[in-house]
Design a binder for this molecule. Structure first.
Ligand code: SF4
Ligand code: SF4
Length: 299
């Protein structure tokens, strides 16, 4: 089963949930934790494992053969990302904007464009018992997260349970990360900002037709509006995590919740069971079956 853990905004506790779920399951099953928050991968901080393999990720960028180029401008016209321009008979390439789509080289009438490689980041891998971590890391100053996320996901082991820690927000890296998941956990907090960003994240997962459920973290800081929204939308609230100084202290020290407070381990195992139940009903619903089950809350 592939479960992505996402949030409309940063700082909601997504990493706490992803690492706690992965560590709880890894006592019983092979588990892969994919850290696709490639601008700031930090799951490794919470896991007692060392990275033992890494390899670079490249994207294709156009290289111009000036002896063939006639400055016709076709490459500039077809580039949707403004990554190539023809100015004063000279072709300029802006590699940091290039998405490596290949349109310019394909459509150049003079075959004056070939594709070179540009390193944009790395993928790293490490193991601890039944838990395997695969994480992507963008190089500083690079913007193109999706190719690194694709490379991380290329190493999904279909015999393991897979937990994907998704970057915050609702942009392209989020869509790339959660696509293909069996279920998406949306972690939020009970505040107006949390509600606003949760509603945006729900739109994304619904467009991708992925069943979802909500985890409300830091219960006690805000109000009831997130719960009201979930009830209105028929989205199950699968877990509430209270605002608790001890939980915050563990997190600040890089100690996983389920290791610092082992009483949470069965809670995350129960959460996993609940996800399986909701995901199977959600899948039935998509082909015309019954609706989602009655909401159930683990506290
Ligand atoms: S499309 Fe080819 S020939 Fe035309 S300006 Fe670009 S590189 Fe030069
Ligand atoms: S490969 Fe695609 S994104 Fe890059 S310059 Fe060519 S057309 Fe633009």
């Amino acid at each position: 089963m592939i479960i992505s853990v996402a949030s409309g905004k940063g700082g909601t506790g997504k990493t706490l949930v992803a690492t706690s779920l992965a560590l709880s399951l890894a006592n019983r099953h092979p588990v892969q934790l994919l850290d696709c928050d490639v601008e700031e991968p930090n799951d490794h901080i919470f896991l007692s494992l060392t990275v033992d393999q890494s390899w670079p990720v490249y994207v294709a960028v156009p290289e111009i053969d000036e002896s063939k180029c006639t400055s016709c401008g076709t490459c500039s016209e077809v580039c949707a990302y403004n990554a190539i321009a023809v100015i004063k008979q000279k072709v300029l390439v802006f590699p940091e904007l290039c998405h490596g789509c290949g349109a310019c080289s394909y459509l150049c009438p003079e075959s004056a464009i070939t594709e070179g490689g540009r390193e944009i980041g790395v993928v790293e891998m490490g193991n601890s018992g039944k838990l395997e971590l695969v994480q992507g890391r963008l190089l500083i100053g690079e913007l193109m997260a999706p190719p690194i996320i694709r490379e991380v996901k290329r190493h999904i082991d279909p015999t393991s349970h897979v937990i994907i820690d998704v970057s915050p927000g609702t942009s392209c890296p989020v869509v790339e990360s959660i696509s293909g998941s069996d279920f998406c956990l949306l972690v939020t907090e009970p505040t107006p900002f949390g509600l606003n960003d949760l509603s945006l994240a729900v739109e994304v997962v619904r467009k991708l037709r992925i069943p979802c459920g909500v985890i409300i973290n830091r219960v006690g800081v805000g109000d009831e509006r997130v719960e009201g929204y979930c009830n209105e939308q028929g989205i199950p609230i699968l877990l509430k995590i209270p605002l608790d100084r001890k939980i915050a202290t563990l997190y600040s020290k890089g100690i996983p919740l389920v290791e610092g407070m082992p009483e949470w381990r069965p809670v995350f195992l129960e959460l996993f069971g609940e996800i399986g139940r909701v995901a199977s009903v959600g899948a039935t619903r998509q082909v015309g079956g019954e609706g989602l089950p009655t909401r159930r809350v683990i506290t």
